[in-house]
Design a protein around this ligand. Structure first.
Ligand code: DX5
Ligand code: ZN
Length: 228
């Protein structure tokens, strides 16, 4: 299914379902629809990260409940083996990690499947590792926690890398989204936006709140206010 991600660079709220109740995912994502833009789907293989989460069958089920852009974050050592399955299941964009290598060929595979292409870097991965690929991808995901678990503390040091990335994007007039993921809430979101991020992933700050829709709205307002 082709679902437009929207123009690069605009503020987008991407709730991470990792923090939602997996027993009622369908209604959880319908509940936050009005205040969010994309849906961030965290896929963990128990190898690249020390945790396991969900795979293509869950993406296919969710597709019946949402017409949002599905932003699939593949925390996997061998994502290439599953890209087609994710595409078939209804993923719209897939993000692979630069740390696993083989980036150029993964980018090609993603493109040939018609998926929007994302490249992710862990907090301790230098900007230089992703720099050579920036003109070939649609989204750069700069992790603000070490991937594997929700509910961790935002790593403010990563903001320097976000600033560098945003400067590069402006300098080279690239059409690129810069996404941050990990510890994003109403306090950290404005800092990330001011540093140059435009896609905000948030799990706990939305789904672990008593009123997830209201929490998503507050995050959206905080992000937009930070841009003015
Ligand atoms: C972490 C995942 C994140 C996570 C964010 O490995 O990639 O998307 O769900 O969760 P919070 O927003 O709770 O830090
Ligand atoms: Zn994620």
């Amino acid at each position: 299914m082709v679902i437009d991600a929207g123009p690069p660079g605009e503020i987008r709220i991407a709730p991470s379902i990792l923090a939602a109740d997996f027993g009622r995912l369908g209604s959880a994502i319908e509940g936050i629809d009005a205040e969010t833009d994309w849906l961030h789907v965290d896929v963990m293989d128990g190898h690249f990260v020390p945790n396991v989460s969900i795979g293509p069958p869950v993406v296919a089920s969710l597709r019946r409940y949402s017409s949002r852009f599905f932003d699939c974050h593949l925390m996997m050592s061998e994502p290439g083996r599953y890209l087609e399955a994710f595409q078939q299941a209804g993923a719209n964009g897939c993000t692979v990690h630069v740390e696993i290598g083989g980036t150029a060929s993964l980018i090609e595979d993603l493109r040939s499947l018609g998926l929007r292409v994302g490249l992710a870097a862990n907090p301790d991965t230098p900007f230089a590792a992703v720099a050579p690929f920036l003109s070939d991808v649609d989204l750069l995901l700069l992790m603000t926690v070490f991937p594997g678990f929700g509910g961790q503390t935002f790593m403010a040091d990563v903001l320097d890398k976000v600033e560098v990335a945003r400067r590069e994007v402006a300098l080279n007039e690239l059409l690129l989204d810069i996404e941050v993921d990990g510890g994003i809430d109403v306090t950290t979101a404005p800092r990330a936006i001011r540093a140059g991020a435009n896609v905000l992933v948030a799990g706990s700050a939305i789904f672990a709140q008593p009123d997830p829709l209201k929490a998503a709205g507050a995050l959206r307002t905080a992000a937009h206010d930070a841009r003015q």
